[in-house]
Design a protein around this ligand. Sequence first.
Ligand code: RIB
Ligand code: CA
Length: 338
Amino acid sequence: MNAFIRTALRSLLLVSLTVTTALADEARRDLIIDTDPGADDVVALLLALASPDELNIRAITTVAGNVRLEKTSRNARLAREWAGREDVPVYAGSPRPLLRTPIYAADIHGAEGLPIPVHEPAKGLAPGSAVTYLIDTLRAAPPKSVTIAMLGPQTNLALALIQAPEIVKGIKEVVVMGGAHFNGGNITPVAEFNLYADPHAAQVVLASGVPLTYIPLDVTHKVLTSQARIDKLQGLGNQAGKTVADILNEYVKRDMEHYGLSGGPIHDASVIAYLLRPQLFSGRSVHLEVDSREGLTFGQSVPDWYDGLQQPKNVTWITEGDAQGFFDLLTERLAKLR
Ligand code: RIB
Ligand code: CA
């Protein structure tokens, strides 16, 4: 083969590699995960951190919620360590909701925020607050380029939007684990914990006009563990599979007893699964409002499912999920970790 053809083929190979890399980068989603780990948050973090081909995780930002901020931040750093992803910075955010008195869910997640042994992770927090990080990052981001996975109370993003409303332009979409409608709430008969813990923050995010998708209890209670599914995770034979199986074996007990279910939901992990495989889920564009009046309906999410109010549709409300598809994805990705 003469030199000319060799050079031409080499150039062609170089071009195709460049295009492939560019397409792959294009396919990768810039993502910030805002979270209050939390048992199901850790499962969500491990799923996300095990998916670098699709998710370019810019940072993990933490908020008080399931437990106090010091512990949610420590647990986020633990998840990062367990995933072998200490390249991802963790920024601590708000230690309390916007207005209401703080509430926690240590009775469900454990005093340390996880139902398994914890330790002080080797790598610390990134300097600066999560709110400042959100403002600086979203201000500098190209239009509609950054996705936010919201796995706890929406306080950090609400504070960032209040201080710098213009950051909306940098947000591609916000996918929220929160809310409940068709099957009632989990912290009150009508309210789901993340919204109940800071309904004012949810109202600020709703009012900002960012593209919003809600993953409520309506769908997370249809994507349930089973002993066989947990055993399959345990059977992966790596630390990640054992850690998640140990977490789930404890975490789901309360929901199984409370709802009389044969398995429990892993609420936050459905947000990451939605980002990775949206085809596993379905829902409808609706007008959503969140109630912040003191009393029985405090923190209630009200999606206008039949459009009776004829108000602007401001969220996609997910109600269906493929449970087996979810667990196949979770198992496949955890197998990639150590
Ligand atoms: O209601 C479930 C949600 O509240 C999950 O995000 C769980 O981690 C808690 O934060
Ligand atoms: Ca959470």
